[in-house]
Design a protein around this ligand. Structure first.
Ligand code: EPZ
Length: 432
């Protein structure tokens, strides 16, 4: 194929055309948290009563989860940012392979299905580009609660023995503070007989959000957000109206967009303690932050390099490692970025290098030498946060970048280009 054809062939994929060099200004709105909304939707399986969840972002992952729940018999309707769900008559507990395989979060259904029906059959969520993403901890926890679990032909089949098919409370100690495993065991334990304690639990804000909603439904959960969670099982849960917390990862992404374009910008709503590690790193690299009742205003100074190591919450979040690296590529001085959560979350390094970034990669450690100016290029994001990082780099690069990987971006960011354009950027979406 001729060079022109390969270039045009490359450009013909859906992409964002980003004209770099524009400042941002004003106020940007943060949507509801994707990684909370998804698990809260699965919690509706725990009751036959109606559940209303508001502040739900418009994302392809949310549409995917809606499809999965509907196949199991959940009545679900969406009106703008609110979803009404009712799992009155769950007709079966095995969502189709092709739906689950595309959406890792749908594996969370296994906990509530076991708690509610005493049986579940869920395809194993595949690995993805950032790592193998095993579910060993999830399965260990469900077995501790008395479930029989077998994994064969890529499907996890679980059932609870005994005439009333009810799980039994137990002590669960995780080897690693897995977010998904903590959510899975938490949702299985709320209807179990007796008390469950989860030790070495994940402490992310999304876990607290889930515990708050479960308690609103009549569950008895204490300690969520800390390393040890205690759950006193109850016989039945009821409906509730619940509002999802703001998305801390989107909030961080928008703050970094301001920093990389050296723009003053305000974002809201945001809960500052949900991203303290990120705010600290923004201050350390030269940004002033003004925190008010509902929002944060960022005023970047000269951006200096800083070192980042991703950790479980409350450490620096892995989901902002790629976006922050785009900023560090334009900083003065050297930064060392170490990814400790996923074994393969450095694919954005090659794409940043195509834009002129000076980065040396050794395994999951990147040494970033800041450059005065990135240059626009056709690039792509292999996971949703890498795609976001490429958008941010495009905002600062000289020229017009073409960022592919919109299928990833749209999974986790609601109208990102519309939000950025409303603040002054020049981004055009080109579908096929
Ligand atoms: C959640 O994934 C988020 N997804 C991820 O966000 C986020 O990166 C991750 O938590 C960490 O914060 C949702 O909430 C839908 P984990 P999850 O189980 O639950 C290892 C995004 O960009 N592990 O805490 O799958 C695992 O391999 C996405 O929005 C085991 O070793 O994350 C990984 O290296 C990406 N054994 C690490 O723990 C297990 O049994 C974190 O995984 C389970 C996990």
């Amino acid at each position: 194929m001729s060079n022109a054809a390969t270039v045009s062939q490359r450009i013909s994929k859906p992409h964002l055309a980003i004209k770099g060099g524009y400042k941002l200004s004003g106020d940007l709105t943060v949507s509801g948290a994707k990684n909370s909304a998804l698990v809260l939707m699965t919690a509706s399986l725990l009751t036959e009563c109606p559940v209303e969840i508001s502040n739900i972002p418009a994302l392809t992952d949310i549409e995917g989860m809606s499809k999965v729940l509907r196949t199991m018999g959940v009545k679900l309707k969406r009106q703008s940012e609110t979803i009404n769900l009712q799992a009155e008559n769950l007709n079966h507990s095995d969502p189709p392979y092709e739906l689950v395989n595309g959406l890792r979060a749908s594996f969370f259904c296994i906990g509530p299905l076991l708690g509610r029906l005493g049986e579940a059959k869920i395809p194993l969520p595949g690995g993805c580009r950032i790592g193998a993403r095993p579910v060993v901890e999830h399965i260990r926890g469900l077995k501790a609660l008395g479930a029989f679990v077998k994994v064969e032909h890529g499907v996890v089949t679980a059932s609870v023995p005994g005439i009333n098919k009810r799980l039994k409370g137990a002590s669960v100690v995780f080897d690693c503070p897995s977010v998904g495993a903590t959510e899975t065991v938490l949702m299985a334990a709320v209807l179990a007989e007796g008390k469950t304690t989860i030790e070495n639990a994940a402490q992310e804000p999304e876990i607290q959000d889930l515990a708050r909603m479960l308690n609103m439904m009549g569950a008895k959960v204490i300690g969520a957000g800390g390393p040890t969670i205690s759950i006193q099982g109850v016989k039945k849960l009821f409906g509730c109206n619940y509002k999802v917390i703001p998305d801390r990862i989107e909030a961080g992404t928008l703050l970094i967009a301001a920093a990389i374009t050296r723009s003053k910008l305000r974002i809201s709503p945001v809960i500052p303690e949900h991203l303290s590690a990120v705010l600290q790193k923004l201050r350390d690299c030269g940004c002033q932050l003004k925190i008010d009742k509902k929002g944060i205003t960022i005023i970047p100074g000269e951006i200096q390099g800083v070192d980042i190591t991703t950790q479980p919450f409350p450490g620096f979040p892995t989901d902002l490692q790629a976006p922050f690296m785009a900023l560090l590529a334009t900083a003065k001085g050297t930064s060392v970025v170490t990814e400790k959560i996923y074994e393969n979350r450095m694919q954005h390094v090659g794409e940043l290098q195509r834009m002129g970034a000076s980065i040396r990669l050794q395994g999951s450690t990147a040494v970033v030498e800041g450059v005065p100016q990135l240059s626009a290029a056709p690039v792509s994001g292999g996971d949703l946060r890498a795609a976001a990082a490429m958008v941010l780099a495009g905002l600062a690069a000289k020229g017009t970048s073409k960022v592919e990987g919109l299928n990833h971006l749209d999974r986790g960011y609601e109208d990102l280009e519309k939000k950025l354009n409303s603040a002054g950027s020049q981004i055009q979406r080109h579908e096929l």
